[in-house]
Design a binder for this molecule. Sequence first.
Ligand code: 5GP
Ligand code: ZN
Length: 139
Amino acid sequence: MRDPECIFCKIIAGEIPSNTIYEDEAFKVILDLAPAAKGHALILPKEHYADIYEIDEEVAGRAMKLAKKLAIHMTKVLGCDGFNILQNNREVAGQTVFHFHMHLIPRYKAAKNNDILVWNHETFSAEEMAEIRDALKCD
Ligand code: 5GP
Ligand code: ZN
């Protein structure tokens, strides 16, 4: 299944060029056009799923296995010192391309602009934390 308006579907179909570093029957892995660091890559499932809410569970599991394999391979080849695996869902969370993808971001101690992800810390009382815990508990 593909979305005719989706840029990643077009890349997967070869209609838009990309620097591909890995491909199999279910995934294409490309270099990000605006990399956060040298080697920043994106794992794209070939089927169009908008996000984590839509993606098939089996495909999501295979994407994580592929992320592990590529993290090891890329760290060896690039000589990076660490690695972020990042996956945004919906606009409020920073998603800009609405075709599920996982970012593979090599990190280098020597990098000048090491814009490591940071967030502000919110504070909740012990009672609020207990409420949140109870609401979220699941099997
Ligand atoms: P998001 O913000 O949705 O998590 O990430 C989308 C990513 O796709 C961004 O890092 C952006 O640089 C990358 N991107 C957007 N358009 C293209 C494109 O046409 N080719 C490639 N290789 N990457 C793209
Ligand atoms: Zn798509």
